[in-house]
Design a protein around this ligand. Structure first.
Ligand code: SF4
Length: 392
């Protein structure tokens, strides 16, 4: 069978993790209520973890729990109790950055360890050290090319995972203290407030020697990583896993990103369709990060005008009701709007809502925000299909 990397998708909450699995993620990474580096995401209770792990196991997929903060002494004191909980639910791996956390996971559990990108592994010696400590996989530093990742795999004999999609930032593999200084929140313990995304004003200290009076620009606003064109090389170099960033992103983002890379890897869509598909949903400008060459100023969006937005999220199909569908509506819109829908394995394509009623079966002409409705559509949909409309 031809080599195919694992797609590792973000699961910010239970709904998003289920969407990621439905759209074809081989693995979902997510966090419990502590230690997960995304304090603002909803994250998972023990009950939810047990549910998603059981569901993934039934589907032959994987759930990886992130414990990737840099723990201080007062943080790590609570870790054994958290690991007792993980021992009960048995995820397929823990993702760690900190040697202390790794040591604690190794001592208290037999759960496999993946080393997080925050560990900034850039060479074979570092990867070998983590392998000697028991790591099964390293998620390499974001600053490595595909060839550099492949060389680590070859030299060390360890699984390698690289980021292929999502937000990049100006820090070194996510290690950053800007938010500590600007807002008193620690990025390395889950508190990043994205201070780097603001515009900064630069002035010349010697104005007499220059015509410049200063400029204001988004000097640290890294473009998003989008590696549609690099997937083929990742396969050629046998990179074991391709990671999509975005535990804080929307259901639509997760569905569309997973769908795009899934259909590309399965060769059910070509590169052109994949590019159109990935560009259809809200994003910053894309660059291919460091996957082919080391980044320069071309990977920064200096003139930031907000997200590029091709479509607006309207709602998610929760289940079939006879030949109709129960939709959970997020944004209000007339039923007569020209819609598009995305479903597992199918790119965004036009769809018509041919009839709609509320839960009392009274006909409606508007989909109300934060409500549920029953709709009939011009073509079949599945659970977790997502309805959107174009924005100009
Ligand atoms: S403040 Fe910006 S550079 Fe620092 S971790 Fe957050 S997103 Fe990255």
């Amino acid at each position: 069978m031809p080599f195919k990397p694992e797609i590792v998708a973000p699961g910010g909450n239970l709904e998003k993790a289920l969407i990621a699995l439905d759209y074809g993620a081989d693995a979902v990474y997510l966090a419990g209520k502590a230690f997960g580096l995304r304090k603002s995401a909803e994250n998972f209770t023990e009950t939810e973890l047990a549910l998603i792990i059981s569901k993934a196991r039934d589907m032959g997929r994987n759930i990886y729990v992130t414990l990737n903060g840099f723990a201080h002494n007062e943080d790590i004191a609570a870790l054994p109790e958290f690991l007792d909980m993980l021992n009960r639910v048995q995820p397929m791996a823990c993702i760690v950055s900190d040697f202390g956390v790794a040591n604690c996971v190794k001592t208290h559990t037999s759960i496999p360890i993946h080393t997080s990108t925050q560990a900034s592994i850039t060479n074979a010696y570092a990867a070998q050290l983590w392998k000697d400590l028991g790591a099964k996989r390293v998620v390499t530093a974001r600053e490595l090319s595909i060839e550099e990742c492949a060389r680590i795999k070859r030299d060390v004999g360890i699984e390698v995972e690289t980021f292929i999609h999502g937000a990049m930032c100006a820090s070194y593999s996510g290690k950053c203290t800007i938010s500590n200084y600007t807002s008193g929140r620690d990025s390395n313990r889950g508190g990043c407030v994205q201070s780097c995304r603001h515009p900064f004003r630069m002035t010349d200290e010697n104005p007499a020697e220059s015509d410049e009076t200063g400029i204001t620009a988004h000097i640290m606003n890294a473009k998003d990583l989008g590696a549609i064109d690099q997937v083929k090389r990742c396969i050629e170099f046998e990179i074991d896993a391709l990671k999509i960033e975005g535990r804080m992103k929307s259901n639509l983002y997760v569905a569309n990103a997973v769908n795009t890379y899934r259909t590309l890897l399965d060769e059910s869509h070509d590169l052109k369709t994949a590019r159109e598909q990935i560009n259809a949903v809200s994003n910053r400008e894309f660059s291919n990060g460091f996957l082919e060459q080391h980044n320069g100023s071309e990977a920064i969006s200096f003139d930031w005008n907000g997200y590029q937005k091709g479509v607006q999220f309207i709602g998610t199909i929760k289940q079939a009701v006879g030949e109709s569908y129960l939709i959970q509506v997020k944004s209000p819109t007339p039923v007569s709007t020209p819609f598009m829908a995305i479903s597992p394995g199918c790119a965004l394509a036009p769809i018509t809502i041919t009839g709609a009623e509320d839960l009392n079966h009274d006909a409606i002409s508007e989909l109300a925000p934060n409500s549920c409705a029953i709709i009939r559509t011009s073509r079949p949909l599945g659970q977790n299909s997502i309805i959107v409309k174009a924005v100009s």
